[in-house]
Design a protein around this ligand. Structure first.
Ligand SMILES: *Cc1c(COP(=O)(O)O)cnc(C)c1O
Length: 398
């Protein structure tokens, strides 16, 4: 290993860092591909910095694992992947910033059109840069966020097909409630989308990809006649909701670690952290951990939740600060000992538990892990690559 890389690795491991297990990510994608079936293409969703896991490394790993297409939300996210040398298919989910459409088309990035106007704008941009725009037409089947109403689907698809600057590659819709226990809304939305694609095909318009399912619908088998599935959350080994059980073998990809920076004692009646919202009743050994809401740890975990030290739960004491958090120490530990903030061993706090405590969903917990946290990517249990978005540096093990 090059000395600079090794020295940085040692530094990162001595502080707050995220571990991303690329073998698990690869295996999760393979399992989900099996669940979707051999006749369906697989779109790995790596928007939001791959749900906090790191878009470039996950994008590369997803394609290597057999994903056919990557998806992001912003054109700039796709341009980042292109700049990193990823030349595979990428789709922008949702409406692109109109000012970035020319650049997207020049980079061969597929765009979503959610209206006739948006489609016309994309076609004009294609003409301007002399390159056909790859377009997926989005139907609004019930989520009511964005898209063409099913009753206009054939008409807009025909406009797309007839425009020489548009290559209509896909038609899709996004479920409103696939992660809810009640399947009725999903089935109604699926029906509307299926009727639209049938009518579009009957009108002689051929598209390569018809896609409805997200992770939840893929796992629940609500795939209809989709020729592609889109999966984000399950590829990272996280459950879309309590109502959806992950297929066997899928494991969480990310864990979050730090070190104790100060171990000390507080006396009865003494308080801890801003506002002194926690007060010791007895002499208590506590420790400071260099992680806070500036790293993405919710401040609502103040006096709730725990980290683990040597496999034991160390409860959060007082308020979570921007950069530091104090925990009660249940075991003998010294400065420099490891702390698990998000983990998957017996006593660890998993990401879904943080979501429950913060009254949110697991998506948000991982997506808001800030760029301040260096990411260490593991292969075969060993660090293979590490990335520091603050310094804009990355290191390869070999
Ligand atoms: C984010 C997103 C997905 C991925 O959803 P998961 O629940 O993470 O699998 C799929 N489709 C669209 C349109 C999205 O915006």
């Amino acid at each position: 290993m090059r000395p600079a890389a090794e020295s940085r690795l040692r530094s990162y491991l001595a502080g707050t860092h995220a571990r991303i297990d690329l073998d698990r990510y690869t295996r999760n994608i393979q399992i989900l591909k099996d669940v979707a079936g051999p006749d369906r293409a697989f779109m790995a969703v790596v928007k939001g910095n791959a749900y906090g896991h790191g878009a470039i490394v996950c994008g590369q790993a997803a394609l290597a694992a057999g994903a056919d297409v990557l998806a992001v939300a912003r054109v700039r996210e796709a341009l980042l992947l292109r700049r990193a040398g990823i030349d595979g298919p990428i789709l922008i989910l949702g409406g692109p910033n109109p000012e970035f459409v020319d650049e997207a088309i020049e980079a061969g990035i597929a765009l979503t059109a959610g209206s006739r106007t948006a489609l016309a704008h994309i076609a004009e941009a294609g003409k301007r840069v002399s390159r056909r725009a790859i377009v997926h037409l989005k139907l609004d089947t019930g989520l009511h966020r964005f898209g063409v109403r099913p009753e206009h689907a054939v008409e807009v698809a025909r406009v797309a097909q007839q425009n020489p600057w548009v290559d209509l590659e896909g038609i899709y819709a996004h479920f409103s409630s696939a992660d809810e226990p009640d399947p009725v809304p999903t089935l109604a939305e699926m029906n509307a989308a299926e009727e639209s694609i049938t009518a579009i095909r009957q009108a002689g318009i051929d598209v390569r990809y018809f896609h409805l399912p997200n992770s939840a619908a893929t796992i629940s088998g609500l795939t209809g006649s989709s020729t592609l599935v889109r999966s984000g959350i399950a590829t990272y080994g996280l459950q879309p909701s309590d109502a959806v059980q992950l297929p066997p073998g899928i494991e969480p990809v990310l864990s979050l670690h730090s070190r104790l920076t100060r171990v000390f004692e507080i006396l009865p009646g003494e308080g801890v952290s801003y506002g002194l919202t926690y007060r010791a009743t007895d002499r208590e050994v506590v420790a400071t951990v260099p992680i806070g809401y500036g790293d993405g740890l919710p401040r609502s975990l103040s006096n709730r939740g725990w980290f683990t030290v040597k496999g034991e739960r160390a409860p959060i004491r007082g308020r979570v600060c921007m950069d530091q958090t104090i925990v009660g120490l249940p075991v003998d530990a010294v400065e420099g000992d490891e702390v698990v903030i998000i983990g998957h061993q017996a006593n660890d706090m998993p990401a879904d538990m943080i979501a429950t405590l913060d009254n949110t969903i697991v998506y948000e917990v991982v997506a808001r892990l800030s760029l301040r946290v260096p990411r260490i990517y593991y292969r075969n249990g060993e660090p293979a690559f590490w990335e520091d978005d603050i310094l804009g540096e990355s290191f390869l093990a070999t």
